[in-house]
Ligand binder design. Structure first.
Ligand code: SIN
Length: 503
């Protein structure tokens, strides 16, 4: 990786303002042991070619305990800083992220696999959360409530929840980090981040830029680790950590929620989606196909808001499928750094295995395979963009997130049936609708059981909107003016004994 600033590659733990490197001692305790047997390090690989990118220090449960102690120590000073001082540090960080956009994108593309143009877009998206919450830091107003008694005044103030643990996924190694860290820091919380072990380098580079921006020691700490369960358990069970924010799978989200129960932690959970798109006969079909392509194949289909179920009104079903097929045929699969590539590899062998099994299940149950449906000769993690039609609700790929480049289409006959099909999911993150009928669009906007509805649009994610789901897709909202509330407590001050007249 040729970076303009190679010092952005960090492999240590960020603890109390210092990058901690662990000794290269292997399982045997022998300093000369092969590093690849080390308990202190783990390897990050490029999913496109399976080559090692870097060896990263492996945080232990004891490191997590230590990080909590530092965070608690830093918390009171951090929350007493003026909001404008916290905002200034966030703005410094934002500027540094933009200045190093290309290096960050290169790191991200190398460890995650998404095409470089998409990686650059993610860095700008990540930066937008830092800028947004730098601005919001200065707007944390309380209320003055009309009183209910003479001589008494009723107020509210907003205060940071305290130490926050953030656990972030591999599919957006930059944006999910800043979407959590920026509001937490703006609110006056200290944060301990555990990035995904598959893509820690982007997070650590962001940590390095935060250090350069001037955040005080202990305010932002990072624990890369292969011991995800052990470190998460410490963070979830500690009474000193007051909030957990997590993006990842629904099953892990439920587990973390249980682990947080004993300390009654505040929770933000951004979990799996199973997004439907409903395309009605009166839709602009080329607009609908363009929207479906963008939201289905973004990040090779590895996005929580990716379209997973495509429902098309029967009278335009064949035409829609033909247009979609033509677009899918144009997609260029390849290594993130190859110019013009639109689809990268899947993250790992398990992801490929899952996609393969879901496609096989659908075909066995009668789905029609138009293209793709197998791994690519480019490498073991590449899966060909796939189109399946005649799918049914019984097929597994309609019931769970595929998280791969597979478009699955089925017809519907009535609006009522379309709503029923769309809502037939335990998940409720995003849904999309294409139609030109305004009354129908309103009806659907209200009827769909999700947190976000794209109406004749699938590019719904920005820093200004409340991102989040209902049902098993999670709790809370990220981004927007609501996102910072997740890191604040409202405290009521009831102020009595005020004299009506001067005494
Ligand atoms: C996600 O997949 O969790 C995030 C996607 C987005 O922010 O658009």
């Amino acid at each position: 990786m040729q970076l303009a600033d190679p010092s952005l590659i960090k492999t240590g733990l960020l603890l109390n303002g210092v990058w901690l490197q662990k000794p290269d001692i292997g399982l045997s305790g022998n300093a000369s042991a092969e590093v690849n047997t080390s308990v202190h390090h783990f390897v990050v690989t490029n999913p496109a070619n399976l080559k090692d990118v870097a060896w990263v220090n492996n945080a232990s449960a004891a490191d997590a305990e230590q990080a909590i102690v530092h965070a608690v120590q830093a918390q009171s000073l951090w929350q007493q800083q003026l909001a404008s001082e916290r905002a200034l540090l966030l703005k410094n960080w934002y500027q540094l992220v933009l200045q190093h956009q290309h290096d960050l994108a290169l790191i991200l593309a190398t460890e995650q696999g998404k095409p470089l143009a998409e990686a650059n877009a993610e860095i700008r998206y990540a930066a937008s959360f830092i800028e947004w919450f730098a601005e919001e830091a200065k707007r944390l107003y309380g209320d003055l409530i009309p009183t209910t008694a003479q001589g008494r005044r009723l107020l509210t103030i907003k205060q940071p929840v305290g130490v926050v643990a953030a656990i972030t996924p591999w599919n957006f190694p930059a944006a999910m980090v800043t979407r959590k860290l920026a509001p937490a820091l703006a609110a006056g919380c200290t944060v301990i981040l555990k990035p995904s072990e598959l893509t820690p380098l982007t997070a650590l580079a962001l940590g390095e830029l935060a250090q350069r921006a001037g955040f005080p020691p202990g305010v932002l700490q990072m624990l890369p680790t292969k011991n995800a369960a052990a470190v998460a358990q410490v963070l979830c069970q500690s009474p000193m950590v007051r909030k957990l924010t997590f993006t990842g799978s629904t099953s892990v989200g439920k587990l973390l929620m249980r682990q947080c129960a004993d300390t009654v932690k505040r929770l933000s959970l951004e979990l799996g989606g199973n997004a439907p798109v409903l395309v009605f006969a009166d839709a602009d079909l080329s607009q609908a196909v363009a929207g479906v392509m963008a939201a289905k194949f973004r990040n090779a289909g590895q996005t929580c808001v990716c379209i997973n179920r495509i429902y098309v009104e029967r009278c335009v079903y064949e035409r829609f499928n033909a247009l979609l097929f033509a677009e899918i045929q144009q997609l260029k699969l390849g290594d993130a750094l190859t110019p013009g590539v639109q689809i990268g590899p899947l993250i790992n062998a398990a992801a490929v295995h899952k996609v393969r099994a879901l496609v096989q299940d659908a075909v066995t149950q009668g789905a029609r395979l138009h293209c793709g449906g197998q791994q690519s000769e480019l490498g073991p993690h590449f899966y060909q963009p796939t189109l399946l039609t005649e799918v049914t609700p019984q097929m597994q790929l309609m019931q769970q997130e595929v998280f791969g480049p597979v478009a699955a289409v089925m017809p519907f006959d009535t609006e009522q049936q379309a709503i029923h099909l769309a809502n037939q999911s335990a998940a409720g993150l995003a849904a999309y609708v294409y139609s030109q009928d305004l009354s129908r669009l309103w009806r659907l906007g209200e009827a769909l059981e999700v947190g976000m509805v794209g109406i004749n649009e699938t590019a719904i994610s920005t820093e200004v909107i409340p991102f989040g789901g209902v049902k098993e897709s999670g709790l809370g909202r990220e981004g927007s003016r609501y996102g910072i509330d997740e890191y604040l407590e409202i405290k009521h001050l009831c102020w009595g004994g005020l004299a009506k007249k001067p005494t």
